[in-house]
Ligand binder design. Structure first.
Ligand SMILES: [Zn+2]
Length: 288
């Protein structure tokens, strides 16, 4: 199996690092939501969880998806690998369908009680910023390999597209997790096309219906298509996290690594109440 991808590592990754560095500066200068925990503590804790999980992305997921694409291509298997499919169509439809498959994976992470145990580690973060973008349990990253590799195979997307999509996937994940305040008008227009920080902030709310909305990764269209699109929550009203995990002491990296194997708690605040919000009209209107 091919492990080395020189263009990915020598051109793609440095470009991604520049974009992430710019976001890091911008989210510090133009903060969207008030932070509840010290920044250094967040960087150390989320960085530790990410350090364990990230090798699975580069050493398993990327080579696995690339190999799946190559195999489908060689054997003319998969939807877009068929003999007469024009190359431009393979790239364009492939990009869209890859993004759609990741929307479905994200829905599955929330709906399957087994997968949620791992995805919960990402959601119980008490704040949402750039450091959350890589705070995934290694189990979630490993579980994504057969799903995402399988999707690449079934779709029959070109192998180089897998690498390009992955870089944009990571860049967009960094962007929508960031705590950067974009000008409201710009974000309103942008949210018609792609997932933005305010849109994804709603996905990290402690209100259940809000967490179970805005699952998209790059394009926001998949949420519109499945009516899981929700923009009408003001950011100042959002409490980030999961109601049953409010204690900062539980955010220690080792605790987070063990959490999927512990008994899961019901979606309730420590005082026993379930966070709710009165339904507002115009779900698709972005509020500041
Ligand atoms: Zn989620």
């Amino acid at each position: 199996m091919k492990i080395l991808f020189p263009k990915f590592d020598k051109i793609g990754m440095p470009l991604l690092s520049v974009a992430v560095s710019a976001l890091f500066v911008l989210e510090a200068k133009r903060q969207l939501r008030k932070r509840t925990r010290p920044k250094l503590e967040r960087l150390v804790r989320n960085g530790s969880v990410a350090a364990v999980a990230m090798p699975a992305l580069r050493l398993l997921l990327v080579p696995g998806m690339y190999a799946a694409a190559r195999y489908a291509e060689k054997n003319k298997l998969g939807l877009l690998s068929q003999r007469h499919t024009p190359q431009w169509l393979r790239y364009m439809a492939g990009f869209l369908l890859l993004d759609y498959s990741n929307y479905l994976w994200h829905v599955l992470l929330h709906k399957s009680s087994l997968l949620w145990r791992f995805h919960n580690v990402h959601h119980i973060d008490l704040d949402l910023d750039l450091s959350t973008a890589w705070r995934f349990h290694i189990g979630e990253n490993v579980a994504s390999v057969p799903y995402r590799g399988g999707a690449v195979f079934l779709l029959g997307v070109p192998a180089p597209l897998v690498l390009v999509y992955e870089l944009l996937f990571e860049g967009c994940t960094a962007f929508h997790h960031s705590n950067m305040r974009l000008p409201y008008n710009l974000e309103q227009k942008l949210s018609n096309i792609m997932v933005t920080p305010r849109m994804h902030g709603i996905h990290h709310s402690i209100v259940g219906e809000e967490t179970n909305s805005n699952f998209s990764i790059i394009f926001s269209w998949w949420d519109r298509l499945h009516r899981t699109f929700r923009l009408n929550i003001p950011q100042d009203d959002i409490v980030i996290g999961v109601p049953s995990y409010r204690d900062p002491k539980e955010q220690a990296p080792l605790r987070l690594l063990l959490m999927p194997f512990e008994q899961q708690r019901p979606w309730k605040l420590p005082n026993g109440t379930v966070p709710e919000r009165h339904e507002r009209p115009h779900q698709e209107w972005l509020l500041p």
